[in-house]
Write a protein that binds this ligand. Sequence first.
Ligand SMILES: NC(=O)c1ccc[n+]([C@@H]2O[C@H](COP(=O)([O-])OP(=O)(O)OC[C@H]3O[C@@H](n4cnc5c(N)ncnc54)[C@H](OP(=O)(O)O)[C@@H]3O)[C@@H](O)[C@H]2O)c1
Length: 358
Amino acid sequence: MRRIALLGATGSIGKQAIAVVDAAPDLELCALASGSSDLGKLAESHGVEHVQTGGDLTELLERAEPDVVLNAVVGFAGIGATLWALERGITLALANKESLVAAGDLALAARERGGGLLLPVDSEHSAVFQCLERSARESVESIVLTASGGPFRGRSREELADVTVEDALAHPTWNMGPKITVDSATLANKGLELIEAHVLFGLHYDRLEVVVQPSSIVHGLVRFRDGAALAHLGYPDMQVPISWALTYPARAATDLPQLDLASGLTLEFAAPDLETFPLLALARRAGELGGTHPCVYNAANETAVAAFLEGRLPFLGIADVVEAALDGADGAPARDLDELVEADAEARRLAEQGMPVA
Ligand SMILES: NC(=O)c1ccc[n+]([C@@H]2O[C@H](COP(=O)([O-])OP(=O)(O)OC[C@H]3O[C@@H](n4cnc5c(N)ncnc54)[C@H](OP(=O)(O)O)[C@@H]3O)[C@@H](O)[C@H]2O)c1
């Protein structure tokens, strides 16, 4: 029996993870965490002893002693759990991309010391991980992350000036939590994923591509030096990468539908519109600069998205706030978690300063 600590149990990924665990006889939940939602009923119905709402997630993990940590917390709040699992060599199934973006160097060092598995749950990185398996590193030419393009694909900047929170939350292919849905609309999600891919797969940014694939059927590709490209396809359903990570390397059976190819499935691809959606290029810049610039990008984006959701910032203001924070931060590398937390806090201050006065 594999014992899973599910952090972010009440969220979009968390609920889908519970469905995966319920359907898999070899998996059981040993711990549940949320930010503020009550977990009483869920813990009771699943017989989970270790439960925590808010607070330091590593205390819960110490008590529960899981075999796998599924980190599905949203935002920088997931960082302690990511580092805890990596440091101890406990398998980390990672949905919380923000922790890897903000703490890439610390996470890689912790994984080196811990020696455990870091399995991406993000569908694109799960796809790329699977395409890369059993391939020699030097045979890889580049990695391609696919993007749906979000609800505003094809629109001009002018057309985005007055979009509402409701418009931004209407994602065409994925049903996700509010923060990542707004990130998908601005393409910051793909920016975070670009940095996540750099950390996970160790390729330089000039070998990481992003391409728009509106139906979200192709989740990721790897190009090889012999001219071949391997792709990972499937209907957009997060239960697939969640199940893959929780049952790795077994690839357990699911009830999810197989691709219906004969019904006339067509796949379209296009270049992303970097001018209308500047947060993708800003992420590349932050990643290439290195140090704590990715942490600043993430912190400023979290702050700006929260302000947008609260109605304090227009949609186009999100990128302006992130750019101003990146310009204002020194981006010096963090030697430990304390320094990273400081860089994160400073970036949030810079982001608040960049907000329009009400
Ligand atoms: N949704 C997707 O399809 C998808 C796909 C790929 C990657 N991801 C990534 O997965 C993560 C979760 O996304 P989501 O869409 O599931 O978000 P979500 O629906 O907003 O859920 C977030 C979860 O995190 C919990 N949480 C928030 N702050 C916390 C804290 N300080 N301590 C413990 N738990 C906390 C929330 O608890 P409360 O209910 O108490 O607020 C909730 O359970 C994000 O990093 C996202 O980028 C999501």
